[in-house]
Design a binder for this molecule. Structure first.
Ligand code: PHE
Length: 341
């Protein structure tokens, strides 16, 4: 009988549990009601009276050893699940190493745009993304029933038609002109919102950089030279630029700016719809009404403004054909930009 107890004690001491299942087997064999330890207690009644005390003590010792061992096995298993060293791990192996994150292509393009304009004297201004109707539309000369004010384009906050998510960064133009006396020479990068269905070509959240230059005697020539400079710095010296007449409520005259297609170099391809040109920005001379709305003397000062989509510039630069890739954070996409800094 004594021998049997010793065998069980030895088994308890030598037990190992590397998996949850082995742990459970240990519990069934040594801890549960129907365990071998339980059987030993049941045998107590068959032991002669004079040996009962010694036997009982021995069985208790086994029971305590089994419980202590069980606790140790649980602790051990937990640390090995959490990545601690187990008997199977080779601690001399080199570590797996950390994978480094990298710059998001939109951040990269934004900082490139900022750098290009900072070098020619523009500073960076910022403004709110939650805006009122005045700064997003009214001050910018949007007629009362302009389609851009309608529900399908603008996200309104809590059904209050006066508070909205800005639909362009032009609101910062207005805020700057209201608080700063010319000369003003700023660019305004930021996030903008439009109520559009998400697809390869459109998104409800995207990024723009707006530019504003107001001083005495600013003319269309300044606008053209500034954007020629930008296009060549961003896309290379051989890039051709053209200005196409257009319309914006807040600029007069207005022009859209195209550059020669980066893929076919002007020969015609799918990206440029076989025209050889792709649009990169809207621009124009700030409408005198807008200057007046913002408290600037439109007899003394003139100015130009332009606005471009950061996604668009990035798409042309990196040949990204689906806008959704910028927000999905698929590492297979992001990894392709790991050399940017
Ligand atoms: N705000 C215009 C847009 O979002 C872009 C623009 C800015 C055009 C400044 C002209 C001048 O489409």
């Amino acid at each position: 009988m004594q021998e049997k107890v010793d065998v069980i004690l030895k088994e308890v001491e030598e037990a190992k549990a590397n998996t949850q299942e082995e742990l459970e087997q240990f519990r069934l064999k040594f801890i549960s009601k129907k365990s071998v330890v339980g059987d030993l207690f049941a045998e107590l009644k068959n032991v002669p009276n004079d040996q009962k005390k010694a036997f009982g003590m021995k069985v208790n010792e086994v029971k305590q050893a089994a419980q202590a061992k069980f606790k140790a096995l649980i602790d051990n298993l937990e640390t090995s699940i959490q990545g601690g060293a187990s008997d199977h791990e080779d601690l001399t192996l080199p570590s797996a190493g950390h994978t480094l994150g990298s710059m998001h292509p939109l951040n990269y393009i934004r900082s490139q745009i900022i750098e290009i304009f900072e070098r020619i004297g523009f500073n960076v201004a910022d403004g709110p993304e939650i805006e009122d109707d005045f700064h997003n539309f009214t001050a910018l000369n949007f007629p009362e029933n302009h389609p851009a004010r309608e529900m399908q384009d603008t996200f309104f906050i809590e059904k209050n038609p006066d508070i909205l998510l800005r639909t362009h960064t032009s609101n910062v133009q207005v805020r700057l002109m209201q608080k700063q006396k010319p000369p003003i020479r700023s660019i305004m990068p930021g996030r903008v919102y439009r109520n559009e269905a998400i697809s390869a070509r459109a998104h409800c959240v995207f990024h723009q950089v707006e530019g504003l230059y107001i001083d005495k005697n600013v003319s269309f020539v300044d606008l053209k030279q500034t954007l020629y400079h930008f296009a060549k710095e961003m896309f290379g010296k051989d890039t051709k630029v053209r200005f196409r007449p257009s319309y914006f409520p807040f600029t007069e005259p207005s022009a859209e700016i195209d550059i020669s297609c980066q893929i076919c170099k002007g020969d015609g391809c799918q990206l440029c719809k076989y025209t050889g040109w792709v649009e990169i920005a809207g621009s124009g001379m700030v409408d005198p009404n807008v200057l007046a709305n913002c408290g600037i003397d439109n007899e003394e000062y003139t100015g130009f403004a332009f606005g471009m989509g950061i996604e668009r510039i990035s798409q042309l630069k990196f040949r990204v054909n689906d806008l959704r890739l910028y927000t999905e954070n698929d590492v297979r996409f992001l990894k392709q930009f790991s050399t940017l800094h």
